[in-house]
Ligand binder design. Structure first.
Ligand code: PCD
Length: 793
């Protein structure tokens, strides 16, 4: 392993970007178990924190008796909501300008809510002591179903908010209601369908946790934490705690997956900080699996009604939707402030429409807070599911082939940049080419013939088509901020005297390979091999400010920053080279890794020569300071709009209603591809996620508000057994405004695959006259659908 070449850049034919199989720089440590995660942090004198959680969904807290827990010999502190309230720390802001209880004071509002915490000498003692705390709860009626949350007799969950008399959270709309109504009125065909995207959970392999270490002498707080956005978290801690920001260092070490779960600030982090401040000792808090599933950011939970209007020959005219959004007990959505429904506005999909309108109502319920963008650039997953399902419903009613229907309605290449009817400016695309490639790879016509034969024999084979467009790469900062922090990202590049470099990022990899791909981007621009470029990330003391990794924004925003900072260094290198070669700057030509005098390739200086010169003795050209480094902050001009065409083939067993995903063809277009192997891995992971959501994942609740998905025995996530060998392909349509033309890819497959799988299952069930069934399509749900029973709410 040690001898393994990290990359083959020495081979001069290989370009750092797009290099076929460049291996990941981080993998030698990961595959040998040498990654360093939060729970690996061990500090002298470190104490352990455990959280007491509410067993019920809705109750008034009558009393909390901690005396027995305090008496436990290994316990150092027991803290309740009342203790935090005294210090003004019982409530904290959420990322969407709501407030959330750090520890409950008045009421508990969801099962699993934080009620008190214990700090002890070891993890076991801390957990044991939780059992010694006696809480008297006065049980209240829980509000579990979003559909009845606004009924006048529903208990009011958020009576902590002044003047609150119902469970209304917010209203939101986009598009043109009247124009849409007019188009619907003249349409030949209108199809309406209720569609639910159930509550699911990101469930990363590593749960959330932290180690807080407050040094009383120098007043410095170091927080090792599972954070996808270390800089933003640091600022929030500074604002809330009053600790000076330069005295807070947030370190996100290796993360065992994030998937949006590690974007919010959870009460546990705040508890650990408080504990370290109070005790003057390092304090570790790590969730267990159930705590993660029951209490941390969920995703989706949208109850949607979709309507589509078309001509009888299949020209789609308009889409309209009404959404009821379940936000749980506190609005913990992580989305840019101006977008309470995230980027749901892209529900018009990849189609050229005359009009569109969405009306949304969000409600509070007695469920865990969240609304995180689980592999979904802020609610795009829901939007894509809605449009791709409703388009299939239209195909069903018109008896048209779903691929043909899509091809007929795509935004055409010459229409880009395309402004959608809800105001989004799609940067570039050639949808029909990507769709046709996926059909070719699938052998689409042959599949349809096979299906017809099987249907004649009573076999249930389904072919599902989905085409998606995402909007990823938040900023631009004029439109987008989180808690007032503009969505731009910094990048710093230093080239050392010997020509090795360090690039410092504001984004934070969670497994997707930034240590490799950002080195590739810089290598492409300044010609230093990727192996000679160290990528530093996840430490606020050692990286420039920026808003972090989620919504597939690292490549669109920080990737652009990395390219531009490298160009800035190259510009300086050019001036130094002109001094070295004693020619004017205009007479120099750049070939990968060196400058030479035009027309004389032998008179070259390499970037390494220039680096030594920049740091060496003697004069530099006028006005040039020593050193070879630069820093920038990149504010994206627009989002990037990756897209893809997915085709799924399923077989449904008519006797057991079990679904087998037999084939899955995914053709993605993320513009310029930096590392094809990593992209393939991202797509494989996302497709697996999508199959999981379509077939088995759901965080459900019983009528008392008990979470039924609190373990991996109950919340089923897919394994290699449930998924086929993926068949992937790609087209390349660069983003016109990104310096290297790259778009995001990390979430594409999770966004695009659920509708492909569901469309395939519904297609298989066509002989039963079924037009729609709700996820997750477990055997029992498919069976019910086959018996003509609608999906239960
Ligand atoms: N790339 C390339 N090329 C292109 C693009 C991209 O190569 N064109 C690559 C890069 O570099 C990186 C990846 O790929 O590495 C990705 O990217 P992006 O798309 O940019 O993204 P990011 O930002 O980086 O990341 C993020 C994402 C998300 S968002 C999610 S969910 C998930 C994904 O990522 N997560 C994860 N993936 C993954 N993987 C892993 N392994 N892990 C994890 O955790 Mo959210 O919002 O958070 O929900």
């Amino acid at each position: 392993l040690d001898a393994r070449p990290v990359d083959k850049f020495d081979d001069n034919d290989q370009k750092p970007i797009g290099h076929g199989r460049m291996l990941r720089k981080e993998d030698p440590r990961f595959i040998r178990g040498l990654g360093k995660y939060c729970d690996d942090i061990q500090l002298p004198g470190m104490l352990h924190l455990a959280i007491l959680r509410s067993p019920v969904a809705h109750a008034r807290i009558v009393s909390v008796d901690i005396s027995a827990a305090q008496a436990h010999p290994k316990v150092k502190a027991v803290i309740t909501g009342a203790d935090l309230a005294e210090k003004g720390l019982a409530w904290m802001p959420t990322l969407s300008n709501d407030v959330q209880a750090v520890l409950a004071t008045d009421k508990v509002r969801f099962q699993g809510q934080e009620v008190a915490f214990v700090v002890a000498e070891d993890r076991y003692a801390a957990r044991d002591a939780l059992e010694l705390i006696d809480v008297d709860y006065d049980i209240l009626d829980p509000v579990v179903d979003a559909r009845t949350a606004l009924s006048p007799d529903a208990a009011v969950i958020r009576d902590d908010l002044e003047g609150k008399t119902d469970n209304h959270c917010f209203d939101w709309e986009t598009g043109d209601e009247a124009a849409t109504e007019a188009v619907f009125a003249k349409a030949d065909v209108v199809v309406k369908q209720d569609i639910v995207y159930p509550r699911v959970h990101p469930a990363p392999m590593e749960t959330c946790g932290c180690v807080a270490d407050y040094e009383r002498v120098d007043g410095k707080l170091t927080l090792w934490t599972t954070s996808q956005a270390p800089h933003a978290h640091r600022t929030v801690y500074a604002l809330v705690s009053g600790l000076p920001e330069h005295k807070i260092r947030v370190i996100a070490p290796d993360l065992g997956g994030g998937f949006g779960n590690k974007v919010p600030i959870y009460p546990g982090y705040v508890c650990a900080i408080v504990a370290s401040l109070v005790l003057g000792k390092p304090v570790k808090w790590m969730e267990d699996r159930s705590e993660n599933l029951v209490s941390t950011g969920f995703a989706r939970d949208y109850i949607m009604q979709g309507e589509i209007a078309a001509t009888k020959d299949g020209k789609i005219l308009a889409i309209r939707t009404n959404v009821l959004a379940d936000h749980g007990a506190f609005n913990g959505t992580a989305a840019p402030v101006k977008y309470p429904a995230g980027f749901f506005g892209v529900f018009t999909g990849s189609y050229d429409l005359e009009a569109a309108y969405c009306k949304m109502t969000a409600v509070y319920t007695n469920k865990a807070p969240g609304g995180v963008a689980y592999a979904c650039s802020f609610r795009i997953t829901e939007a894509v599911y809605l449009v791709e399902r409703i388009v299939d419903c239209l195909a069903y009613e018109l008896e048209m082939d779903p691929a043909e229907l899509r091809l007929k309605n795509f935004i055409r290449p010459e229409q880009f940049p395309y402004k959608s009817k809800t105001g989004w400016v799609y940067d570039s695309g050639d949808y029909a080419t990507t769709m046709r490639l996926s059909m070719k790879m699938a052998g689409y016509d042959e599949l349809r013939r096979e299906q017809a034969e099987k249907r004649a024999r009573g076999e249930l084979m389904g072919i599902g088509v989905a085409f998606f467009t995402e909007a990823v790469g938040a900023g631009p900062r004029k439109d987008m901020d989180i808690l007032g922090l503009g969505m731009a990202d910094g990048c710093e590049l230093r080239v050392h005297p010997t020509g090795k470099a360090v690039v410092r990022l504001s984004v934070k990899t969670q497994g997707q390979g930034h240590e490799t791909t950002f080195a590739q981007i810089v290598a492409e621009e300044i010609g230093i091999p990727p192996a000679d470029i160290e990528v530093v990330h996840g430490d606020t003391d050692n990286t420039p400010f920026g808003l972090g990794t989620y919504g597939s924004r690292s490549t669109p925003v920080s990737g652009a920053a990395a390219a531009l900072v490298a160009r800035k260094v190259r510009d300086k290198a050019r001036i130094i080279a002109s001094g070295m070669l004693e020619v004017s700057v205009a007479d120099l030509e750049w070939t990968k890794g060196s400058f030479h005098v035009k027309g004389d390739p032998t008179s070259a200086v390499t970037i390494q020569d220039i680096a030594m010169r920049a740091h060496g003795a003697g004069d530099l050209p006028d006005g040039i300071e020593g050193g070879l480094e630069a820093q920038i902050c990149y504010n994206p001009e627009n989002l990037t709009y990756p897209y893809g065409a997915y085709i799924c083939v399923v077989d449904v067993d008519p006797g057991t209603a079990q679904v087998k995903v037999r084939r899955f063809i995914a053709v993605d277009d993320c513009g310029t591809r930096i590392n094809p192997m990593i992209i393939e891995g991202q797509v494989h992971g996302g497709l697996t996620d999508g199959v999981g959501m379509a077939l088995m994942e759901m965080i459900a609740f019983d009528e008392e508000g008990n979470c039924l998905g609190g373990s991996l025995m109950d919340y089923l996530i897919p394994t290699a057994l449930e998924v086929p060998d993926w068949e992937t392909g790609f087209t390349v349509t660069p983003s016109p405004h990104h310096p290297i033309g790259a778009k995001g890819i990390g979430e594409s497959a999770t966004v695009g695959s659920p509708p492909a799988v569901v469309n395939a299952i519904v297609d298989a069930l066509k002989p039963y006259g079924i037009r729609h069934a709700d996820m997750p399509l477990t055997p029992s749900r498919v069976w019910d659908a086959m018996q003509g029973h609608p999906t239960p709410p």
